[in-house]
Ligand binder design. Structure first.
Ligand SMILES: Cc1cc2nc3c(=O)[nH]c(=O)nc-3n(C[C@H](O)[C@H](O)[C@H](O)COP(=O)(O)O)c2cc1C
Length: 199
């Protein structure tokens, strides 16, 4: 089994409709560590050594957060800036993350249609996520297609329950190494992976 680290960032979890349910869906999954960044570091003083140790102990890293201003909440940027140090994550002798896998799990207010050339947001989500993809690439990690929950304010309780179940199944499948690289390379979103055929 692979070890999965979920770096969870939501600055106002009491207001969350989507992410709270998604993260709860991972409860009690073996070999899955949920790390709540805003809860651990309310003052933003990130313990760099502890974060690096956590990274080295896991094979799959998930950045889970709501999509804010076409990017991530601030603590994710702070985490990237401080934790992915030269000599650890990249550069001379910086090989701690080589071969690991990264996945972005995000929720957006905008619908999938708005994130197209003709749509209101003009560009696909994958283009907005390029800094994350390239960061992973620089550190010699594999960046998976993202898992995206769109139209957050329109989702029913049933929609959120179904999405939470899909997320749990996806994390289990990644942990159990059931998703071969050649099968997701063409996908825009990992949501589109036919999990029910595999697990
Ligand atoms: C500060 C802020 C910025 C946001 N920026 C975007 C955005 O750029 N694109 C978008 O589609 N939704 C945006 N939203 C909507 C959130 O992505 C949406 O409310 C969130 O994903 C819902 O997840 P939650 O129920 O876990 O909070 C923004 C919301 C806030 C509060």
């Amino acid at each position: 089994m692979k070890r999965v680290l979920v770096l969870f960032a939501h600055p106002a979890i009491h207001k969350s409709k989507v992410n709270l349910h998604l993260i709860k869906a991972l409860n009690s999954l073996e070999h899955v560590t949920v790390h709540n960044l805003y809860e651990t570091y309310p003052d933003f003083y990130i313990d760099i050594k502890q974060e690096q140790e956590l990274l080295t102990r896991h094979d799959i890293i998930i950045w889970q957060h709501p999509f804010y201003w076409y990017s991530a909440p601030a603590i994710i940027k702070e985490w990237l800036d401080l934790v992915l140090e030269h000599g650890f994550a990249y550069g001379h002798n910086g090989s701690a993350l080589v071969g690991k896998t990264v996945l972005s799990v995000i929720s957006t207010g905008g619908s999938r249609e708005t994130y197209t050339k003709e749509g209101f947001n003009r560009y696909p989500i994958t283009q907005y996520l390029l800094p994350f993809a390239q960061t992973a690439h620089l550190c010699d990690m594999t960046y998976l297609p993202p898992f995206v929950v769109h139209s957050s304010h329109l989702l029913t309780t049933e929609d959120i329950q179904n999405l939470s179940l899909s997320y749990r199944e996806l994390v289990k499948a990644l942990r159990d190494d059931l998703i071969p690289p050649e099968s997701y390379k063409q996908l825009e979103y990992l949501n589109d992976y036919p999990l029910h055929l595999k697990t």
